[in-house]
Ligand binder design. Structure first.
Ligand SMILES: *Cc1c(COP(=O)(O)O)cnc(C)c1O
Length: 234
């Protein structure tokens, strides 16, 4: 086994244990491996170990990997999880299966326009800034219901749920509070928002906090470092 296959097995076991602990069925939680900054060789190791979907922050990097793999591995799906500028919407609309970082009406409009031209649909999650930190992307929780109402108008966008990056803090209660806000918001949207979405997906939890996220209802955990190792940005 490669170390990536080993790491994947460990992460999957941790997900299962966290589900057990939370009284949840492990089939409710899916793992999104985050391959950003790592080479195609690492993605291939993960594919070998059974992964079919990958999270990437930057559209350009994701497109490069998609181009390299689309002939040999046509079933692989790419999920954009990083902040997406409107001028990159066209590129995302060409190949992504999902954008988990939808955070404005402007971006939704641009994506929908480009998707119609491509004759494609896109799954989207609304990214919420659950910690209130100014440097974080995502809309404020209180603004989510209004955006949810507007999103119902776009046929090319399948709104699946919510995404967040919790505060990075050694204080577990502050991390848990972020996840709790997301669960509360999900419940509110299920009551108030248009029925065009069931808001079932809650993408939250990363290498350092996915067990906590699972205990707060996460249905997708996005894990990079614990699978692929540390990132080198140099
Ligand atoms: C990089 C990234 C992850 C994965 O983070 P790790 O700590 O490496 O697991 C998850 N979500 C988003 C939005 C990211 O940018």
């Amino acid at each position: 086994m490669t170390s990536i296959a080993d790491n994947l097995a460990t992460v999957r076991a941790r997900i299962d244990a966290a589900c057990l602990q939370a009284g949840r069925d492990p089939s409710e939680v899916s793992l999104l491996p985050v391959s950003k900054t790592h080479p195609v060789a690492a993605v291939l190791d993960a594919i070998e170990a059974g992964c079919t979907r990958f999270g990437e922050n930057r559209v350009q990097e994701a497109i490069g990997k998609w181009r390299e793999l689309r002939e040999t591995h046509p079933g692989i799906e790419w999920v954009i999880i990083g902040h997406l500028q409107t001028n990159k919407a066209r590129d995302a609309a060409r190949f992504a299966t999902e954008v988990s970082s939808l955070d404005s009406l402007k971006l939704a409009r641009e994506l929908a326009k480009r998707l119609e031209r491509e004759g494609r649909q896109l799954d989207v999650l609304v990214e919420v800034n659950s910690s209130g930190e100014p440097q974080k992307s995502g809309i404020a929780p209180e603004d989510a219901p209004a955006l949810a109402r507007e999103l119902a108008a776009f046929d090319a966008l399948n709104v699946k749920g919510l995404m967040t990056v919790a505060i990075n803090s050694p204080d577990r209660s502050r991390v848990a509070a972020c996840f709790q806000r997301m669960q509360d918001l999900q419940a509110r949207l299920r009551e108030e928002a248009p029925k065009t979405s069931s808001w079932d997906e809650l993408s939250m939890g990363m290498s350092g906090d996915f067990e906590e996220a699972i205990s707060h209802g996460a249905t997708v955990v996005r894990v990079g470092t614990a699978i692929f190792g540390a990132r080198d940005y140099s």
